[in-house]
Ligand binder design. Structure first.
Ligand code: GLN
Length: 552
């Protein structure tokens, strides 16, 4: 039977509870333990798949095709395990499941209530992680902060679970924040005290407090938190904001948290080995020479919307001793002749995934710029689709080539709805999702990047390259270097006569790890470094015919 670590948050949100949970996972894994991490999200959406990136940031896709919270991306990157749909549970899933059962008559006429029906279902879902992943330790992170109304059933379920699993098998970690008062230069512990009191009021006593802060914490403050919150002094861990996420496991380890947890559980473990992780962070820190990368997207003011893309670029660049200097470019600005100076000065361009019409012409312009100026380009899902649209318009002279996502009755939908997507009305969870195999064509850049004939990558899309145009593209220099095993779906496209212009229908960013950069990102970075050694291409060029007046 595994041990359980319940991770709650207090004082304020957005202090990195997800990264903290992930980092705890890493220090336990470093002791030879198998770790799984689950996120409980108290909102009523069934999953974040239908939520706006402004609300939620990136949607992370698991191997088994669940559309999940971006914290799962942190978990996978830190513990280097593939998680599954059991690892993200929302209140929406819980309630709809219970209500469905009620409609079927499964409850035999009983009144359905938050306690016990909702809480029982939450407990069942928490225990599913154990049976599906067979871990030694399960870390369960509860989204939001204590005191949130919608979080209460989750905390109540955890309280009950601690009884049935047995308290010695459960550990509660509370992540709080210490505000800094500028006038007196003090860090305040009162909000942490209140937050712990709030947690106690629902019957959960924390054994560990992680005190997030922007300033160094002195011993007195630690003692004070320990006393007022009744937590062992060595289990009060100050965690100062760092510019390098991957340092967090090392900070927790150096503060003694790994030993504290394993001793608490009485686990026999091997000596922690974080040496390669430490080396990796040193290399990341040492990478100072900038590599200028543009990310051209629609939600660029919110970097969280491209979390995995940003991390994957960071992993690949720092592994080649470069620090990615990212220009976030709103594609709609390119349509309006703005920000071209940013795009002109980069060593590589990434067009990430996206949905809908807004800003798409700007992404097509970015692809054109990359092709014509021979700037390394990596297209991710929509980024591959716009690369194909651009090629049709400007190389194949099909002026009105487009995607049927932009125009339903297009004369030349070079990107079209997949057959099995036609007629689908429900938006939630109905895309082509999760892992699919893809065969790579020998002799291509994609094959060279991976070095193997077959790969498995994660997908999240409804549209695909339209096979009616395949031959025409191939006759004009496009290489379809990755195909589904039945040859029916184009999964990777690349331009033969270009230093590196590759687009994938899947999302390689989900498989990148800090200690194992993704091959496509590495190949892209290599090409971008190569490009950075050459003087910048001649001044940028804006194809006037494609400038649209209002794209928003
Ligand atoms: N909107 C496109 C599609 O559904 C691309 C999706 C994506 O980039 N994830 O096919």
């Amino acid at each position: 039977m595994p041990k359980y670590i319940f991770c709650t948050g207090g004082v304020v949100s957005s202090v990195g509870k997800g990264v903290t949970a992930a980092a705890i996972g890493r220090i336990l894994k470093a002791r030879g333990l198998k770790v799984a991490i689950q996120k409980l999200d108290p909102y009523l959406n069934v999953d974040p798949g239908t939520m706006s990136p402004y609300q939620h940031g990136e949607v992370f896709v698991t191997a088994d095709g669940a559309e999940t919270d971006l914290d799962l991306g942190h978990y996978e990157r830190f513990i280097d395990e593939n998680l599954n749909r059991a690892c993200n549970v929302t209140a929406g899933q819980i309630y709809s499941y219970v209500i469905e059962k009620e409609r079927r008559g499964d409850y035999l006429g009983r009144t359905i209530q938050v306690i016990p029906h909702i809480t029982n279902e939450i407990k069942r879902r928490i225990l599913l992680v154990e049976s599906e992943n067979k871990p030694d330790v399960v870390i369960v992170e509860v989204g939001g902060t204590v005191g949130d109304i919608e979080g209460q059933p989750f905390l109540e379920a955890i309280r009950q679970l601690r009884l049935s699993i047995g308290r010695p098998n459960c550990l509660s970690v509370h992540v709080t924040f210490l505000p800094h008062i500028g006038a007196t230069g003090e860090l305040k512990t009162k909000p942490t005290q209140h937050s712990v009191r709030e947690l106690r009021s629902v019957g959960i006593t924390p054994q560990v407090i992680i005190a997030r802060t922007d300033y160094p914490v002195d011993k007195d403050t630690v003692e004070k938190i320990s006393q007022f919150c009744d937590v062992d002094e060595k289990a009060v861990i100050p965690l100062v904001t760092t510019d390098l996420l991957y340092k967090v496991p090392l900070e927790l380890e150096d503060a003694g948290l790994g030993d504290y947890i394993t001793e608490y559980f009485g686990l026999q473990v091997s000596k922690p080995d974080l040496s390669s992780w430490r080396k990796m962070t040193q290399r990341m820190r040492a990478a100072q020479e900038p590599l200028r990368i543009a990310i051209v997207g629609k939600y660029v003011e919110l970097h969280d919307a491209y979390m995995s893309v940003k991390e994957a670029a960071f992993h690949a660049a720092t592994a080649q001793d470069r620090r990615p200097e990212i220009s976030w470019i709103y594609s709609g600005d390119l349509e309006r002749e703005r920000n071209w100076d940013l795009l002109k000065n980069v060593d590589g361009i990434i067009v990430p995934g996206g949905f809908g019409e807004r800003g798409i012409e700007g992404k097509i312009l970015a692809a054109r710029y990359a092709r014509e100026h021979r700037i390394p380009y990596l297209g991710l899902c929509l980024g591959m689709q716009v690369m194909c649209i651009e090629f049709a318009r400007n190389v194949l002279d099909i002026e009105d080539a487009t995607s049927s996502e932009i125009e339903g009755n297009a004369a030349h939908p070079v990107i079209d709805l997949m057959i099995d997507q036609r007629g689908i009305k429900d938006m939630g969870g109905t895309m082509r999702l999760g892992i699919y195999p893809c065969n790579l064509k020998p002799g291509t850049k994609s094959y060279a990047a991976y070095g193997v004939p077959q790969i498995h990558e994660r997908h999240r899309h409804r549209f695909e390259f339209n096979n009616e145009y395949r031959t025409l593209y191939e006759q004009n220099g496009m290489i379809f270097s990755g195909l589904s095993p039945d040859n029916l779906l184009v999964e990777v496209a690349e331009i033969g006569d270009h230093p590196f212009m590759v687009g994938s229908q899947f999302h390689p960013e989900f498989l990148s790890r800090p200690n194992a950069p993704h091959p496509l990102f590495s190949a892209f970075v290599k090409a971008a470094i190569e490009h950075s050694h050459h003087p910048t291409t001649e001044n940028g060029y804006i194809p006037r015919d494609r400038i649209v007046e209002s794209g928003e």
